[in-house]
Design a protein around this ligand. Structure first.
Ligand code: HPA
Length: 269
């Protein structure tokens, strides 16, 4: 793994991806933030050694380097999900490469179904904690050079960044929640009984991503910050037919709220 990480890191450095301060992984329909990146260099995943390819519509599969909010950043436009058939190493590699390139923070976004009865479509949720129902990406032999065998997950999402983001959201007069994100494998959306179950066990929103990347990042001690965009509701009486297109459409409509919070938060770092 480390050899591959080093090879990919060296390739990206040679392409000009020098000393990024922050990494961003963008979810379904949420890639528009990248339009704000200045002095950009971008590379398609298929040109990057050891990178998996993104197979999902709405996930373009590009790594973009440049400046946002006065900081050097790298954005992953398109991520890798277990439901695409990727194994833990493939999900882990890009996040590890970001760390080896030098990022000090990792920001993530995703589209999610709201299971908290107070939530509405178009709300944003700052993730305070998660329930990972996906295979843990750290299963397998541990490389102590990358991180410890048994990482603590008591503060998976950085408290300071959450506090700051709440203040920024208030300044923008945004409807924002703090909540627990539950990750399930997909690719099916939930049955009504599953939505109910996820609520009972403590979730506020449910999706198919983010937790593997956060686990990989926390293994390397990178502070994480993540936002869910609520694209549909898994609440009794409010459940409607969901498609990937409806999720993408709602995510695109709400994206500017998420972008505003992320951009101001990056500026404040
Ligand atoms: N369930 C799982 N994943 C999702 C959902 C959902 O309702 N909405 C967007 N991603």
């Amino acid at each position: 793994m480390l050899e591959k990480i080093n090879e990919t890191t060296a390739f990206l450095r040679s392409e000009g991806f020098i000393d990024p301060e922050l990494g961003i992984i963008l979810g379904t329909g949420l890639g528009g933030l990248t339009a704000r990146i200045e002095k950009r260099i971008q590379i398609e995943y298929r040109r990057i050694p050891n990178f998996p390819l993104s197979t999902v519509e709405g996930h373009e599969g590009k790594l973009i380097y440049g400046e946002l909010g006065g900081k050097k950043i790298i954005a992953m436009k398109g991520r890798f999900h277990y439901y695409e058939g990727y194994g833990p190493d493939q999900v882990a590699l890009p996040v590890r490469v970001l760390k080896y390139l030098g990022i000090k923070h990792l920001f993530l976004s995703n589209a999610a179904g709201g299971v908290n009865p107070d939530y509405q479509i178009g709300d944003i949720m700052i993730i305070t904690d998660h329930i990972n129902l996906l295979p843990n990406p750290l299963i397998g032999k541990n490389d102590d050079r990358i991180g410890v065998r048994f990482p603590d997950m008591g503060e998976a999402y950085d408290k300071y960044l959450i506090k700051k983001a709440m203040l920024i959201a208030a300044e923008h007069h945004l409807r924002v929640h703090k909540g627990v994100y539950l990750a399930t494998s997909g690719p099916t959306f939930e049955t009504p009984a599953e939505y109910k179950y996820f609520r009972i066990i403590g979730a506020d929103a449910v999706g198919m991503s983010t937790t593997p990347e956060v686990i990989i990042a926390r293994h390397m001690n990178i502070p994480c910050f993540a936002i869910s965009v609520i694209t549909d509701l898994g609440i009794e009486g409010k459940i409607e037919y969901v498609t990937h297109q409806s999720v993408q459409h709602e995510a695109e409509k709400t994206e500017s709220k998420m972008t505003a919070v992320m951009t101001d938060l990056i500026k404040s770092l």
